[in-house]
Design a protein around this ligand. Structure first.
Ligand SMILES: [Zn+2]
Length: 183
C-alpha cells in the first residue's frame, strides 16, 4: 500500500488542489485496476505543516518549475528525500489528459521508465540511458510511459493492454480480482 497526501497549502488556488486530489484518485484507481499495486490517500496529512509528512510514502505538491516539466515524480530506488510528485502550474493548462499525466508520473513511482527510450521508438524521441532497465513486453507506441514524440504517443496517456501485461509481470494481477474470487 503506497500512502500519499496532497499538500493543500502548496497550491496557490483551492481549485488546483481539489482537481489534483480528484485526478490522483482516478489515476491511482487506474493503476490498481491494471495490476496489483494499491495506493491510499491519507487526507489527514494534506494539511500537514511539513513538506514531508512521516505518515506517507510520498507527498504530491505544487512547485513552479518554470515550465521545465508539467509534473515530475521519482523512482522506487530513489533516496527518501526524492520521493515526491511535483505539479507545475502548466499542469492546469496542458493539452495532455490531466489524469493521464498522473498515470504517467505514478508509472515512474512504481518503477517504470520511459517507453520511447527503447529500441523501435522513433529516433526523434528524447534519449536516456537504458542501463539497468528490463524490457517487460515488446515496444508499445501507445504506452502510458511514452512521450508524445516522433509522431507517436498519445495525449490521453491511458494504460493500454501491453502496459497491463508488463505491470502484472512485476506486481501480479489487480487485487480486486482476488476480492471478486473471495466474494
Ligand atoms: Zn516521464
Amino acid at each position: 500500500m503506497l500512502k500519499y497526501c496532497v499538500l493543500r497549502k502548496t497550491f496557490p488556488e483551492r481549485e488546483w488542489y481539489e482537481s489534483v486530489v480528484e485526478n490522483m484518485r482516478r489515476a491511482t484507481d487506474d493503476w490498481s485496476a491494471a495490476c496489483g499495486v494499491q495506493f491510499e490517500h491519507v487526507e489527514t496529512a494534506d494539511d500537514s505543516t511539513s513538506l514531508r509528512p512521516p505518515e506517507v510514502v510520498f507527498p504530491v505538491r505544487h512547485l513552479d518549475s518554470g515550465g521545465r516539466f508539467i509534473a515530475a515524480a521519482f523512482f522506487p530506488n530513489d533516496p527518501e528525500n526524492r520521493r515526491r510528485v511535483f505539479i507545475d502550474p502548466s499542469y492546469q493548462t496542458t493539452s495532455f489528459d490531466r489524469v493521464g499525466v498522473l498515470r504517467h508520473e505514478l508509472g515512474h513511482a512504481i518503477g517504470f521508465r520511459h517507453e520511447h527510450i527503447r529500441s523501435g521508438a522513433p529516433a526523434l524521441c528524447p534519449d536516456e540511458s537504458t542501463e539497468g532497465t528490463v524490457d517487460l513486453t515488446q515496444y508499445d507506441p501507445q504506452s502510458v510511459m511514452h512521450y508524445f514524440c516522433g509522431g507517436v504517443g498519445a495525449l490521453e496517456l491511458d494504460i493500454p493492454e501491453l502496459d497491463r501485461v508488463g505491470a502484472r509481470k512485476v506486481y501480479g494481477p489487480p487485487l480486486s480480482n482476488f476480492n471478486l474470487l473471495a466474494a
